[in-house]
Design a binder for this molecule. Structure first.
Ligand code: UDP
Ligand code: MG
Length: 309
């Protein structure tokens, strides 16, 4: 098998067929032995039906149907677990990532790279808030981690077998593939493309999912937030020490003191705030630690034409 295409699917009934036909044209030109693995991530529309139909019509089409929605990163991970190609492409089902870029990615990979990611030159059809928060988040993440995560990049990319086996060895339950791949090293490069707008349907990434994804990225690739508690503790203690000196001076030397409710309440609120933030940060790490200790299966397959259960 030379090429595997991994497509996570969540309520994409209006996009699958168009995606498949565009992929089909591209793959025909490439003329490689290939497979297309669709992972149905608990869609509640007709996605599964369409996938099954495609799988009957075309033997290169494989599908993995999850028992419920496990999330985009887990869906892609299932594809990575079960793909067989020497080169593996991850692509969205909503046609925001144009399949016509795949030959460009493939050619670049053949120049001797292990990863070629598709970098967004422009993104159309996405709200200001989404683009702005994404930009801010990835720049913040870059500041607090030592892993060089490429900016303005999603999961649309091609990688070779060595990267796939590295990913399969990474047991964490909170997948943040773009950073895991960057962490793997080897020779990585990019090509630029203009990201289209979603062909039909609506985004499966709610703000809730985005926040969880962002926290997975931070907790998975940086321990700096944990140190925040220590740093904040030192700063607050320093300030408190100076204030204590002043309080003693005012009480015993200048005897110029007023029973101060304001300063008291400010100090209590401030320290309370710092403590709550610190406990919250520790909580984020501990909740992920406990998920990993439980080590439940990452996903449950309900039905598939490549996995027997
Ligand atoms: N997706 C998924 N599970 C989810 C959410 C999304 O498999 O819980 C898939 C979705 O079908 C698409 C890709 O992940 O193929 C990217 O999702 P989406 O287009 O909704 O995200 P956006 O492009 O808006 O960030
Ligand atoms: Mg999309």
């Amino acid at each position: 098998m030379e090429l595997s295409i991994i497509v996570p699917v969540y309520n994409e009934e209006a996009n699958i067929e168009l995606l498949f036909s565009r992929l089909h044209i591209v793959l025909k030109q490439l003329n490689l032995n290939h497979e297309i693995i669709f992972i149905n991530d608990g869609s509640v529309d007709n996605s599964l039906k369409i996938l099954k139909k495609l799988a009957i019509e075309c033997h290169e089409v494989k599908f993995i149907d999850f028992s419920r929605n496990f999330g985009h990163q887990v869906a892609v991970s299932a594809g990575i677990d079960h793909c067989q190609g020497n080169a593996v492409v991850i692509i969205d089902a909503d046609l925001q990532d144009p399949p016509e870029i795949i030959p460009v990615l493939y050619d670049k990979l053949k120049e001797g790279y292990q990863v070629v990611y598709a970098r967004r030159k422009s993104r159309s059809g996405e709200g200001f808030l989404k683009k702005f928060t994404a930009k801010l988040f990835y720049r913040f993440l870059a500041k607090i981690t030592s892993v060089k995560i490429p900016l303005d990049t999603g999961d649309f990319r091609i990688m070779d077998r060595r990267i796939v086996s590295v990913l399969k060895q990474m047991p964490e339950q909170q997948k943040f593939l773009r950073a895991q791949i960057a962490w793997a090293g080897f020779k990585q490069t990019y090509v630029e493309f203009d990201r289209d707008q979603r062909n039909a349907g609506e985004t499966g990434y709610t703000y809730r999912k985005m926040i969880r994804f962002a926290l997975d990225g931070i907790t998975g690739f940086s321990n700096l937030p944990l140190k925040f508690a220590t740093i904040a503790g030192f700063i607050v203690s320093g300030i408190t020490f100076i204030i204590s000196l002043y309080a003693l001076y005012a009480r015993f030397v200048s005897k110029d003191f007023v029973p101060g409710w304001t300063s008291l309440i400010l100090a209590v609120l401030f320290i309370g705030g710092v403590q709550l933030i610190s406990i919250g940060i520790i909580g984020e790490y501990i909740s992920r630690l406990s998920t990993n200790v439980r080590s439940r299966p990452l996903y449950i397959v309900s039905e598939s034409n490549i996995i027997s259960n």
